[in-house]
Design a binder for this molecule. Structure first.
Ligand SMILES: [Zn+2]
Length: 71
C-alpha cells in the first residue's frame, strides 16, 4: 500500500484517499485525489467538477479510476 504518490499532472505529493476494490478480483488499488487538478464527471447531459482522481496499481502504474486504463 502506498501512503503518498505524486500527482501525474502537477507533481504535488498526494495523500492516499482510499481503496478501490475491484469486484470479482482480489485486488485493491490505492486511490488518490488531487484537488488542485480538477476533473469532471458526467451524469446524463450535465457535467460536474470534481477533484482529479486516479488509482495506482501494484506496479506503480497510474490508472483511470473508472476505466482502469492507464492515464
Ligand atoms: Zn494535481
Amino acid at each position: 500500500m502506498r501512503h503518498t504518490f505524486p500527482c501525474p499532472r502537477c507533481n504535488r505529493i498526494l495523500k492516499r484517499s482510499g481503496d478501490l476494490i475491484i469486484e470479482g478480483q482480489a485486488v485493491t488499488l490505492d486511490t488518490f485525489q488531487c484537488d488542485e487538478c480538477m476533473g469532471e464527471f458526467k451524469i446524463g447531459n450535465s457535467t460536474f467538477p470534481t477533484a482529479f482522481t486516479f488509482v495506482v496499481d501494484a506496479d506503480g502504474r497510474v490508472l483511470n479510476h473508472t476505466t482502469l486504463k492507464p492515464l
